[in-house]
Design a protein around this ligand. Structure first.
Ligand code: COI
Length: 358
């Protein structure tokens, strides 16, 4: 890790904020951006030129290496308005995002980012754009840190220069309704030894076509299965997935093939603290369908920063739509959503040091 970082952040503020143009009562997911963005550049072996500037388009060479060979990684985290102290903004587990960014960076041969650039950069950006953190149920400021290769060179090699950026977007719910998912038994998202665990841009690109086929049939997302046999459930394209089978919470293990989700990790920590039996193991399609048919599957839900806790209402497998138990009867996922929401919005004490305050 580089230790020669100059942490003076140069700040150029907007002349006039765009905030008055935003209708905060009608925000969807991910199409409005705050006034500022953070930029840091990696060159000659170190991170430098950390600055915050007005949000604007980037000027890039057509030969920019990330555009051709996909050396590009990202993160997603959320800031919430403290419901007890409106002037304070609460960020959920940003240190975990910094760590995961560096795990992703390592896997695709990018330089690691020092913690102070991530954390101080985030803090300064939020101080400037604090007013953009929306109030109200289901609303938050979605923060998108990302890093990409910037060499203008089209030979295949790891770039020597990179850019790290953070920008932010006031958002509403990613899924406004319980979701319908389809079990994928042909295409593959991720395989052992691959990059499926990392937040690598290409993972998402590769998921788009199979997901679109399912969306054309009326499903919101896929349930990906393992690459070798299409026998075991892994995750959904936008979130990890969990099943309450009997009284046991089951989810795929955080190995090579599923995203190491921060919401996933938080839900498992809460479940264990509440004395719920947790099994991090692969659930086969046969086991899942059998549990649905025997009414042993009590709950199925996705976990993700954007998705939060997304109830799954329908699972499609092999020509059959299976309807899952009604949402009101889902004790665990409703309780865990409430608990996370209360911690994230300052209604419940942060006893686990999950919250960063700005
Ligand atoms: C997130 O949940 O933060 C993600 O990056 C998922 C993305 C599909 C919005």
């Amino acid at each position: 890790m580089d230790t020669t970082v100059e942490m003076d952040i140069e700040i150029k503020e907007v002349k006039e904020s765009k905030i008055s143009e935003v209708d905060f009562n009608n925000i969807a997911f991910g199409n409005i951006y705050t006034d500022h963005m953070l930029i840091a550049d990696y060159k000659e072996g170190s991170w430098q030129d950390v600055k915050i500037v007005p949000y604007e388009d980037l000027k890039l060479s057509p030969a920019t290496s990330a555009l051709h060979y996909g050396q590009s990684i990202f993160e997603g985290l959320k800031a919430y308005r403290n419901e007890q102290r409106e002037e304070e903004v609460l960020v959920f587990r940003p240190w975990e995002n910094w760590k995961r960014l560096n795990e992703s960076a390592k896997r695709i041969c990018m330089p690691e980012l020092p913690e102070e650039i991530f954390m101080q950069g985030l803090e300064e950006l939020l101080k400037l754009d604090k007013n953009w953190v929306p109030k109200g149920r289901g609303k938050s400021l979605y923060i998108r840190p990302f890093m990409f290769a910037t060499d203008a060179y089209i030979g295949l090699k790891s770039s020597e220069t990179y850019r790290f950026m953070i920008f932010a977007s006031p958002v509403g719910a990613y899924y406004s309704q319980p979701v319908k998912v389809k079990i994928e038994n042909h295409f593959v998202r991720s395989a052992n030894g691959g990059v499926g665990y990392a937040k690598v841009a290409g993972n998402y690109a590769a998921s788009l076509y199979p997901a679109k086929l399912a969306q054309d049939e009326g499903y919101n997302q896929l349930l990906w299965t393992d690459a070798k046999e299409h026998k075991y459930i892994e995750e959904s394209g936008t979130m990890n997935v969990m099943f309450m089978i009997g009284d046991t919470l089951c989810t795929a293990p955080a190995g090579d093939t599923i995203l190491h989700g921060i919401t996933r990790k938080s839900v498992l920590e809460l479940a264990r603290d509440w004395g719920i039996k947790v099994e991090e193991r692969f659930v086969s399609i046969d086991e899942l369908i059998d549990a649905i048919e025997k009414k042993e599957l009590k709950e199925a839900f996705g976990t993700g920063t954007a998705a939060t806790i997304a109830h799954i209402e329908t699972i499609h497998n092999d020509g059959i739509d299976y309807q899952l138990p009604e949402i009101e009867a889902r004790d665990f996922s409703n309780k865990v959503l409430k608990e996370l929401t209360e911690i994230q919005r300052g209604k419940k004490e942060d006893t686990r040091e999950w919250i960063f305050r700005v």
